[in-house]
Ligand binder design. Structure first.
Ligand code: HPA
Length: 236
């Protein structure tokens, strides 16, 4: 048990999927895991552990934004021994060729600064995904025929953005989409010699202004969970 996770030692699997929304963690655990049981409800940030094709898996909500994710991922890695951490979340598209419901696999994540910024000082550290996970997720998405984009994303600190010029620079520099967590996940994972990836579905579009209706988010979300699980346990 840690400050923010009430699970007993051994209740968390080495492979952890991290949706931002704790109710998505519940939904995914009920739908995709066998014998899923709730292992955390501290602050309502639900976590579940079960098995997928015989492999132990935990699905733990991370909350929104890098400071929240940083708390959970630090404790999952340092106190519970998590080794493979895959964010499953939504993002806003920043390129015209990216459509609603498409999948984005984040090769890198640009930020203004993550909670790890303090240790880098003048360095511009480039957080990047684990290559084995990225390749395996690309293969799994290809096998399903999911429209997939692989490249850089922007991990922003704000959903309600008052700096459109920053988004413009991201668009100009080929950034595929914006979310709020991946850069800190990648930084923590590499610091602790773990594997990490962010698998994202496009829920809204910053250029066209379109957004997925809530009932359609579930289908895309399910496909993303399957791709994340296949990637986690692919033979490397
Ligand atoms: N901005 C930031 N985070 C997001 C967005 C967005 O437009 N869509 C989904 N997560």
């Amino acid at each position: 048990m840690t400050i923010h996770i009430g699970a007993a030692p051994g209740d968390i699997a080495q492979t952890v999927l991290l949706p931002g929304d704790p109710y998505r963690a519940k939904w995914a655990a009920e739908r995709f895991l066998t014998d899923a049981r709730q292992v955390n409800d501290v602050r309502g940030m639900l976590g579940f552990t079960g098995t997928w094709q015989g492999h132990p898996v935990t699905i733990q909500g991370s909350g929104m934004g890098m400071p929240s994710l940083s708390i959970y991922v630090n404790e999952l890695i340092r106190d519970y021994g998590a080794r493979t951490l895959i964010r499953i979340g939504s993002c806003g598209a920043m390129q015209e060729q990216v459509a609603l419901r498409d999948l984005i696999l984040a090769m890198t994540a640009t930020t203004l600064g993550s909670p790890s910024r303090g240790i880098f000082r003048e360095l511009n550290f480039a957080p990047c995904a684990d290559w084995g996970l990225l390749r395996a997720a690309a293969d799994a998405a290809g096998a399903k025929g999911t429209q997939t984009h692989i490249g850089g994303i922007y991990s922003s600190d704000v959903f309600y953005d008052e700096r459109p010029d920053l988004n413009e620079q991201m668009v100009r520099h080929g950034i595929l989409g914006v979310e709020m967590e991946a850069a800190e996940l990648y930084t923590l994972a590499v610091r602790h010699k773990c594997r990490a990836l962010a698998v994202l579905t496009v829920s809204d579009h910053l250029i066209t202004g379109e957004a997925l209706p809530p009932e359609q988010r579930e289908t895309s979300f399910g496909e993303m969970v399957e791709i994340a699980l296949a990637a986690a346990f692919a033979e490397s």
